[in-house]
Write a protein that binds this ligand. Structure first.
Ligand code: PHE
Length: 385
């Protein structure tokens, strides 16, 4: 029977020597410090903390020691492993912080940068209103016609039964573009649509003051029976203010057929008012004068907001009615000027303001907002339909 191996000095087990442990620790700390990234740290960790690391191997040696030596060796190895573990943990959190800081920089989104997105354009609300109104006419089976904005004086005035000295011809209402002799001199006269029975090609040129000249053009071009609507821009020498614009928009209606009466006019206006301003909106006619209609009337719209019940109404200003345009039975002289027999055909015409309709409907109180070209205005109203 052999006795205890008294010569065996456990402290001398090479791997458990303080110097060896110290060496393993400092190599491990250096490796942890040297790791430049989390992947490198992971590799270093398995080399210095893993199962096959020097300290793990040293730990295993402890089991073979006699009980008396175990505690001290265990303490030494444990302390060494704790230092290594702490060094790795510290380095781990350092590297994680570095990574997070880098990600914050690299993946940062600058929400203040202008985006590549282009704002969507909007159609101008006046144009939308005009389209809406012409659509209603098309729905009633009417045709649409357009005429030139620079118009022969003959169409703007003469064909419409304006006397030579009618006040509307005066300079304060009409923008004159060219006198008759200038038109002839510059050869600017448009081609004749009327088969040559009129002398309009030699008339002067004006910016049309209303859409009514398109009545005469449509009659000459298309003949009768005729149901036509003419939207367009018109011009008058008005100063620009909240309720006047030197260029504004009208839509003209003209119906010529056999047997048309003022009842047809009233019915058409009521239908239009209902379509544009809401079912049940009616119109009323007040006697008036236009050279091209007889009888003539001003047309008012029943206030579609308060129906005449609110003295403070923003749309009708408490009047209950809103002025909307002019109308009447087409004057026989106009029919004759366009080569139509007034004994056989009769009809009605009306003209109303598109800009005004837009103002009532939207509550825009200053017409200047409509023409200033601020896209934010369009954006508010341009999607209406
Ligand atoms: N042209 C007229 C105006 O601008 C309106 C109107 C049109 C009147 C048709 C009667 C018939 O004031």
């Amino acid at each position: 029977m052999s006795g205890p191996n008294t010569n065996f000095d456990p402290v001398r087990v090479a791997a458990l020597e303080p110097e060896a442990l110290e060496e393993a620790v400092s190599t491990a700390l250096a490796a942890a410090a040297a790791a430049a990234g989390l992947d490198e740290l992971k590799a270093a960790r398995s080399a210095h903390q893993g199962d096959r690391s020097p300290l793990a191997l040293a730990n295993r040696e402890i089991g073979a020691l006699p009980p008396s030596a175990k505690a001290e060796a265990g303490k030494r190895v444990g302390a060494a492993r704790a230092r290594v573990a702490e060094a790795f943990a510290t380095r781990q959190s350092e590297l994680e912080m570095e990574r997070d800081a880098r990600i914050l920089v690299e993946e940062a989104v600058d929400v203040t940068l202008p985006t590549g997105r282009r704002p969507l354009g909007r159609r101008h609300p006046i144009e939308l209103m005009a389209t809406r109104i012409t659509d209603i006419f098309v729905g009633m089976g009417w045709e649409i016609a357009e005429g030139p904005e620079i118009e022969a004086e003959w169409f703007n005035f003469d064909a419409l039964n304006f006397d030579e000295d009618h006040p509307a011809r005066q300079m304060q209402d009409t923008f004159y573009v060219a006198a008759p002799d200038e038109v002839v001199a510059h050869g600017q006269a448009a081609s004749s649509h009327d088969g040559g029975h009129h002398d309009w090609p030699s008339s002067g040129l004006v910016l049309r003051t209303h859409t009514s000249p398109v009545q005469a053009r449509a009659l000459l071009e298309r003949g009768v029976p005729l149901y036509v609507a003419c939207p367009g821009r018109v011009f008058r020498t008005d100063d620009l203010d909240a309720t006047h614009m030197p260029a504004f928009h009208q839509v003209e209606g003209l119906a010529i057929d056999e047997g048309l009466t003022m009842a047809h006019l009233k019915g058409t206006l009521d239908r239009l008012a209902s379509e544009i301003f809401g079912e049940g909106t009616t119109t009323r006619l007040r006697p008036a004068y236009f050279p091209f209609t007889e009888p003539s009337a001003e047309m008012d719209l029943r206030c579609f907001l308060c129906h005449g019940t609110n003295p403070d109404c923003r749309a009708c200003k408490g009047m209950g009615w809103i002025e909307w345009g002019g109308c009447g039975m087409v004057n026989h002289n106009v029919l004759r000027a366009c080569g139509i027999d007034p004994e056989r055909y009769s009809g009605f015409a009306f003209g109303m303001g598109i800009d005004r309709a837009l103002m009532f409907r939207t509550g825009v109180s200053d017409m200047r907002d409509m023409i200033e070209g601020d896209v934010r205005f369009n954006a508010q109203f341009g999607m209406e339909i």
